[in-house]
Design a protein around this ligand. Structure first.
Ligand SMILES: [Ca+2]
Ligand SMILES: [Ca+2]
Ligand SMILES: [Ca+2]
Length: 501
């Protein structure tokens, strides 16, 4: 029936009250004290009077607030725009997913087929921003295909946080003084009597989150849940700067207000972002969304200039700084071609969209699952080519192609991993596989193509060529030295073959 799709594991608490009038909304609130199993005991259905239980009643109201925001601003018919109901479980311990009583989660129906959106709020964690963020997960999942891993996951999570706080700031339910742009603020004010939360949109560093792409706090390598939450602050920071304005990183931004900003970001996340969105895609898509909306709802060309400034301020255009860059010097002690096995490297330098790299290697090195860990959660593979065109024949990195979108990796039946990438990904990697063969060897294949593949001038290649694949997490590598690469007379094709010894 449902799958757990999101976990927002943090702690928060307490509640307020909000008005309610929601024509087609169907809410079912459950007391989760005795769960599992979900959803718990039904305690309040749509249209029924308050129960007197503060969490039940405020949760009921906050679902209404989230619903109303998306309805009133965008005409959205419920979380999935198909009028499907919302089942809210409050006051539960989420132990069934392995953590405590203080997380929240959103349960989107399997395959996003029509059905209730399940929102599960840990004990005392039912607040307007946290609940609206989980509701926004349903909105995002039902209207975009974004994978929830790595860079794309951080973007998706950033939008969920953003709309959680937008609902909080616009629902008419007063927040703690000074709580603007704090996520989870009501919870902690209740607990500690001071303004804090788990995220600060306008000052991400307060909670150890990066404020811009080049921030040392940007999380690399382990781009799993933790990295997704931290790096999502690029989205939330840009949104806060767009809304309120401010000076950051050399940019002076004039705020355009929360309504316009919300409209632009909503269009971006529901209409424009691709399945494997990068921060660069988001940089372009947010600006496109603004352009699309000029002339509506008071949005102007000059608003779009401020929107762009906020994106520039957080360096949204950059390639993530941790995408498994090739080392400046080639690695040593890599697995090499097995005796008698042929290994091939082909480079084609045509007009940009036809640039091609292909490399294969069969090695009797360590089994693949010892050489790398689950790439859906950890690491990047970087394909690196070095020649010897440096001073005194020193090695120079000539080509780098990274396979760094975790969500696209799939385990192979016989052990190992493969990933197929759509076109236009950074660095142009299209297909990569690392698998165990039946004869006990490991076969590596990398294929890259297209305008994003940074093909070097083949005529500039000097000396033996070294091809390496590098795993950024385990630092394991596979390598071949091609002593005699052959370059075509026109300089548009390089072929190199070696046989392992
Ligand atoms: Ca609040
Ligand atoms: Ca509020
Ligand atoms: Ca808040």
């Amino acid at each position: 029936m449902r799958i757990m799709s999101r976990l927002m594991a943090t702690c928060w608490l307490l509640a307020g009250l909000s008005p309610a009038a929601h024509a087609d909304l169907q809410r079912f609130v459950y007391d989760g004290a005795d769960v599992p199993p979900l959803p718990g005991v039904l305690v309040r259905s749509e249209g029924e009077p308050p129960t007197g239980n503060n969490e039940v009643d405020s949760g009921y109201d906050y679902v209404g607030d989230a619903y109303d925001y998306f309805l009133e601003m965008f005409g959205r018919d419920g979380w999935d725009d198909k009028g499907s109901p919302v089942e809210l479980t409050v006051g539960t311990c989420l132990d069934y997913v392995g953590f405590s009583c203080i997380g929240t989660t959103s349960l989107v129906p399997l395959n996003k087929k029509a059905g209730p959106l399940g929102l599960v709020m840990g004990t005392l964690s039912t607040m307007d921003d946290t609940l609206a963020a989980e509701y926004a997960v349903g909105v995002i999942e039902s209207s975009s295909e974004m994978v929830y891993f790595g860079e794309t996951g951080a973007i998706a999570q950033g939008y969920a946080f953003t709309f959680g706080e937008v609902v909080d700031l616009t629902n008419g339910v007063a927040d703690v003084p000074g709580g603007r742009w704090y996520f989870g603020d009501d919870v902690f004010y209740g607990l500690l009597g001071q303004v804090t939360g788990i995220k600060n949109f306008i000052d991400p560093n307060e909670f150890g989150d990066p404020a811009k792409m080049s921030d040392p706090l940007f999380q690399c390598g382990h781009l799993s849940e933790g990295g997704i939450y931290a790096n999502s602050s690029l989205i939330t920071h840009a949104f806060a700067l767009t809304t309120d304005g401010g000076a950051f990183n050399g940019h002076d931004i004039t705020g355009i207000g929360i309504e316009k900003a919300g409209r632009i970001y909503y269009r971006t996340v529901t209409e424009l972002l691709p399945r494997t969105a990068t921060f660069l895609d988001n940089y372009n898509a947010v600006q496109q969304a603004c352009k699309d909306l000029v002339g509506t709802h008071g949005i102007t060309q000059s608003d779009c200039i401020e929107v762009k400034k906020a994106l520039d301020a957080v360096e949204m255009w950059m390639t993530i700084p941790c995408a498994g860059a090739c080392p400046a010097e080639p690695l040593t002690s890599c697995d090499e071609s097995a005796p008698g096995k042929r290994t091939r490297l082909t480079l084609i330098d045509r007009w940009t969209s036809r640039d091609t790299l292909s490399w294969d290697l069969e090695t009797s090195g360590i089994p693949i699952d010892d050489a790398m860990v689950d790439p859906r959660f950890y690491s990047t593979q970087a394909m690196c080519l070095y020649d010897h065109s440096g001073p005194d024949g020193a090695a120079v990195l000539k080509l780098e192609a990274k396979a760094n979108i975790q969500g696209l990796w799939k385990p192979l039946a016989g052990g190992g991993w493969s990933a197929r990438y759509p076109s236009r990904l950074p660095d142009g990697v299209r297909k990569i596989s690392l698998k165990n063969t039946q004869s006990g060897t490991t076969r590596i294949r990398v294929a890259a193509k297209g305008e994003n593949l940074a093909m070097p001038d083949l005529n500039s290649i000097e000396g033996p060529l070294k091809a390496q694949l590098f795993n950024t997490f385990t630092e394991h590598c596979w390598s071949t030295d091609y002593d005699t690469p052959v370059i075509s007379p026109k300089g548009d094709r390089l072929r190199a073959v070696e046989i392992g010894n």
